[in-house]
Unconditional design. Structure first.
Length: 155
């Protein structure tokens, strides 16, 4: 599969996640076992269209902390303060889940080469109370099947 097709397939997957998550919009991640991701899109403000160079901030959290943090990320995404979308892992078992039991929130940006935007989004995450070390991952790494937290792009 070429890179362009992989990009379009990945974006279609995000659209499917967004559609599946609509009925669970007000739930905490620990309350949802039917779908893998709670997914929310930006609903206010302008933001550049997603490019093949999109990426995401990864916020690994214990399940109980995820329930505390997700509402703030969800609202900041909806209000247009973050990137184009965010998603939180639910209680549905996943073969890609970390051995530690941590879950993850992903906060997407349109282009990982736009360091100013990536850092702006990270600062908003700091402003809403997420103070732990964060890792940034390119979506092209995800499309290539590379998982984990060892990504050097922004920290």
């Amino acid at each position: 599969m070429d890179d362009d097709q992989a990009f379009h397939n990945h974006e279609a997957k995000k659209e499917r996640w967004a559609k599946e998550a609509e009925e669970y919009a007000r739930y905490h991640p620990s309350e949802v076992t039917q779908i893998s991701w709670l997914y929310i899109k930006r609903q206010q403000g302008e933001y550049p269209a997603t490019t093949p160079r999109s990426g995401k901030w990864l916020i690994p959290l214990r399940p109980q902390k995820l329930d505390e943090v997700w509402p703030a990320v969800r609202e900041a995404t909806k209000d247009g303060r973050l990137g184009q979308a965010s998603m939180a892992a639910t209680a549905k078992p996943s073969p890609r889940a970390s051995k530690s039991g941590d879950k993850v929130i992903c906060v997407f940006t349109y282009d990982w080469t736009d360091a100013e935007d990536a850092r702006r989004v990270r600062q908003v995450l700091r402003d809403i109370g997420i103070t732990k070390k964060l890792h940034y991952k390119r979506d092209e790494d995800t499309r290539a099947g590379r998982y984990g937290m060892g990504y050097p792009y922004y920290e």
